[in-house]
Design a protein around this ligand. Structure first.
Ligand code: GDP
Ligand code: MN
Ligand code: MN
Length: 248
């Protein structure tokens, strides 16, 4: 497997044709294209100013709570933006953990305040898998839209897939055999997150200017695929526990 950065992309602006900008810079007859959500959002005009989010009572309450707990100044308009991008608030202190409208659970609804192109905020693409599908159709390769995300239990952030098209989300190992001949019963390997993490290593987080990375030579092999990615609450026991805990 090889990871190939797409270099020389400009600052992305609303309305830019990302597929053409990438295709002009790299031969893309195979491979998986991983794109940082940042540039997908910019192309889709998902930048915003805080002034667009006048804070309601709930956002003011959340911001006041955060201020009290962290001792840092918190803009209630930011809390309002997070609420508007989310369907459920899972944790409200000492940070906001929410489920976005497309099912991804992350801090601050994935709203970025870095690499925004000068605006206050950069919201995640509205429907990252639909964005991926348009790009995948235009380029005839699978596309993964990535974001950098924290995770529970471990320090640090890493790349994850928030949208994908043109390939299954996972490689289903069930029915395969281990080295002792035992049949695998549960392993469904989430490949899009793994590829997103690999691509994110090449993209970096700062001013490197590499939002697009092509993964060459990844093969699904003979294994079946599964398209499940975001867990539904019914089969997400950690989230159910979190709900119980935050109500106490
Ligand atoms: P995120 O992980 O999707 O939130 O995106 P990051 O802000 O971490 O940026 C990922 C990579 O894309 C970094 O190398 C940035 O420098 C780069 N990047 C972000 N925006 C742009 C852009 O508009 N043009 C180019 N060429 N690179 C960008
Ligand atoms: Mn981001
Ligand atoms: Mn990043």
């Amino acid at each position: 497997m090889r990871l190939q950065p797409v270099s020389g992309l400009p600052e992305i602006r609303p309305g830019d044709d990302l597929a053409s900008l990438v295709a002009e810079r790299i031969d893309l007859d195979s491979g998986v294209l991983c794109l940082a959500s940042t540039v997908v959002s910019k192309a889709e005009g998902r930048t915003a100013d805080l002034g667009e989010f006048p804070a309601g009572p709930r956002a003011r309450e959340i911001a006041a709570g955060l201020e009290e707990l962290t001792g840092e100044e918190k803009d209630p308009r930011f809390a309002q933006a997070v609420l508007e991008e989310s369907t459920e608030l899972l944790i409200e202190a000492p940070f906001l953990l929410t489920e976005t409208r497309f099912g991804h659970v992350c801090v601050n609804a994935g709203i970025d305040r870095s690499n925004t192109g000068g605006d206050d905020l950069l919201l995640l693409p509205k429907h990252p898998s639909e964005s991926a599908a348009r790009l995948s159709e235009a380029l005839s390769v699978p596309v993964i839209v990535t974001d950098t995300c924290g995770r529970p239990f471990r320090h640090g952030q890493r790349g994850v897939a928030i949208g994908w098209a043109g390939m299954p989300a996972s490689r289903d190992w069930r029915g395969e055999r281990d080295r002792d001949g035992r049949e695998l019963g549960v392993t469904v390997e989430n490949v899009i997150d793994e590829l997103a993490a690999a691509a994110n290593l090449v993209a970096g987080e700062g001013d490197g200017g590499v939002p697009a990375v092509v993964v060459e030579g990844f093969e699904f092999g003979r294994m079946g695929g599964s398209n499940e990615h975001f867990r539904a609450v019914e089969d997400d026991y950690v989230r159910q526990a979190l709900r119980g805990w935050s109500r106490e």
